[in-house]
Design a protein around this ligand. Structure first.
Ligand code: ADP
Ligand code: ZN
Length: 604
């Protein structure tokens, strides 16, 4: 490892050592070679192009689709004392001129640029006359036409190879299955590049998935343990986003809606508040979040089921980028399953496309229904190795009970059959439970041999049984026919008693934090006796953030403040040992924090 890169890591960023593949990647690119980097969110991708840009002569050009984030990235680099700027459509003519002049004069270390800007002949001419350190293509999965983040402009980026054959290129992404990875390499002319694939595990994220009963109340119970923490609540529809945000506001939370139907101005305001204020909840459709760089999102909650494990992984991945404990929480029910199955069926793709969609949905449902470690299922889906028990998901912490559901399933299936496969779940459950509703009487179903056969099983358990049979393809829901339940061929072995069925017992599990002391415990939790100092450190950060007009985490991350709290540095040299405190930040902010810490150290 070059001495220079490590020196930059220590003195500029204030970190001790490289993580995972960072050192190798930085070495590869610094030496002028191409690289393809797959690293989970929070893995530390930015350093992989920032440091080589500083090590090499010239300016590092970073192509990013996320115009809204460029300002923050540039701010963060400037806080470290790096000369960074961006070029995108948000700049005025004169601002743009200034940056172009700095660029020509070789005064910039980093230039962030939007892809649509880069492919303009004018920009290429401009760059051709500058000394370039490298090109970094961030969010590289945007070249994939299969993914939902596709950007046509990304396809033109192969021109970099033709136009600037001697400048090293590094492409980075957090979401890539093997197919997308191949696509990135081919479309960006990086088939010769060294690939660095890091595991997908996000050990600090705790996964929990529960049966949907009273969604709002379940959400509230979850949120009650997370007062004043920032998080995202995902809903499928715009209407539900607004309802949920209103409702949470009534419950005393600061919850802001975000969806594509809101005016751009309002969306931006909400996004900005989420980034800059503490403890804001964003309630959003999937339109929100791509590339949200906020490191201290403490939870991602899903009130609706994502349609694939890729989507789930990407959405939940927005939690805990800072490596501190975070929660991925979801509730789902029969309605979700039916709706997604129907969407997969009705999408206008080819038969093959539908098969792929269906397959992805099945994998997602498998993750929901599994009774063993969820992390293992998730990682195996991405062809990653995983131990049998992660200890940080609901199933590992409270292993679900299973029950022999064979007999109950037989009763249910035969009830569906005998009532003519014309009725929905509600009615079938009424018959099984022996309820003489108007509808039951009207159809004479109280005469059926299955009437009242299921009194000994709770309604929630019947509901879950139906859902699990639908997930397993033994029952089908006929959407056109009033959501009637129908049998499929797959249920024959069950009805004939040739196959038995073990299912999970539904219970609402209270999310629990891991035992204190373990690595991924909720480290961020502050002891009561430290609360006052903690609040003061955060207050100080907030004040500085407002003064410099940047989000608080650009000053220092929570983890950095927490380390101050734990180690109580009282001198600049002690302060420098804290992760995230480098020379420039020590000089700018060290004094303010040291004043507070010294005062507390003396008092105790
Ligand atoms: P990504 O872009 O892969 O999601 P980032 O580059 O934003 O991740 O890094 C995530 C966080 O980890 C940032 O706060 C970053 O400063 C921190 N980080 C990155 N590399 C290191 C390292 N070697 N040591 C300590 N912290 C690091
Ligand atoms: Zn687990």
């Amino acid at each position: 490892m070059s001495h220079k890169a490590l020196e930059i890591l220590n003195s500029l960023y204030g970190y001790d050592s490289f993580r995972g593949h960072q050192a190798e990647i930085i070495e590869t690119v610094s030496a002028g070679n191409n690289a393809l980097v797959l690293m989970p969110t929070g893995g530390g991708k930015s350093l992989c192009y920032q440091i080589p840009s500083l090590v090499r002569d010239g300016v590092g050009v970073i192509i990013s689709p996320l115009i809204a984030l460029m300002q923050d990235q540039v701010d963060a680099m400037q806080q470290l004392g790096v000369k960074a700027a961006f070029l995108n459509s948000s700049l005025s003519h004169s601002e743009q001129n200034t940056i172009e002049q700095q660029l020509r004069a070789g005064q910039l270390d980093l230039l962030y640029i939007a892809p649509e800007r880069l492919i303009q002949p004018y920009t290429q001419e401009l760059l051709a006359n500058c000394k370039l350190a490298l090109f970094a293509i961030d969010e590289a999965h945007c070249v994939s036409q299969w993914g939902h983040d596709f950007r046509a402009d990304y396809l033109s980026l192969s021109l970099l190879q033709e136009r600037f054959p001697n400048i090293p290129r590094i492409a980075l992404t957090a979401t890539a299955d093997v197919r997308t990875r191949k696509e990135i390499a081919e479309r960006l002319s990086l088939t010769d590049a060294r690939a660095f694939v890091s595991g997908f595990d996000r050990p600090n994220i705790r996964y929990a998935i529960a049966n949907k009963t009273t969604a709002k109340k379940q959400l509230l119970d979850f949120l009650k343990q997370r007062q004043n923490e920032a998080g995202i609540v995902y809903c499928l529809s715009r209407k539900k986003v607004e309802d949920t945000a209103n409702w949470l506001t009534q419950q005393g939370f600061t919850a802001l809606p975000y969806h594509a139907g809101l005016p751009a101005q309002l969306r931006q305001t909400h996004q900005k508040r989420f980034l800059r204020d503490d403890g804001i909840i964003i309630v959003a459709t999937i339109a929100f979040g791509m590339g949200i760089d906020k490191p201290d999102v403490r939870f991602v909650a899903h009130l609706d089921l994502p349609k694939s494990i890729e989507a789930y992984y990407q959405e939940t991945g927005r939690a805990g980028r800072d490596g501190q404990p975070a929660d991925a929480w979801m509730v789902y029910g029969l309605q979700d399953v039916v709706r997604l199955q129907q969407m997969a069926q009705e999408s206008d793709g080819s038969e093959q496309f539908k098969r792929v969609e269906r397959h992805k949905l099945d994998a997602m449902l498998g993750l929901c229904e599994v009774t063993s470690c969820r992390r293992k299922v998730l990682l195996n889906y991405f062809a990653d190795e995983a131990s049998d028990q992660c200890g940080n998901c609901d199933n590992c912490q409270i292993p679900p009970q299973t029950w022999d559901a064979t007999e109950a399933a037989q009763k249910l299936l035969s009830c569906v059959y005998r009532t003519g496969q014309r009725f929905g779940a509600m009615h079938v459950m009424d018959v099984l439970q022996g309820k003489e509703t108007d509808k039951v009487v009207q159809h004479g179903h109280q005469q059926q041999s299955t009437f009242g056969l299921g009194k000994n099983i709770h309604e929630a358990q019947w509901r879950s049984l139906i859902r699990q049979l639908v997930v397993r393809g033994l029952l089908r829901v006929d959407i056109e026919g009033y959501s009637a339940l129908q049998l499929t061929d797959l249920c024959r072995p069950i009805l004939k008693g040739e196959q038995s069925l073990f299912l999970r017992v539904e219970e609402i599990k209270a999310p629990t934090a891991k035992k204190a002391g373990s690595k991924s415990a909720r480290k961020a939790q502050i002891l009561p006796e430290d609360q006052e100092l903690w609040d003061e450190l955060r207050e100080c950060r907030k004040f500085l953030a407002e003064e410099h007009n940047v989000p608080p985490y650009v000053i220092f991350h929570d983890a950095t403040l927490k380390e101050m709290l734990d180690t109580m540095p009282t001198s600049p040299s002690e302060m420098l040992r804290i992760g995230g405190v480098g020379d420039s930040k020590l000089e700018k902010y060290g004094g303010d924090f040291l004043d507070i810490l010294r005062r507390y150290a003396e008092a105790s």
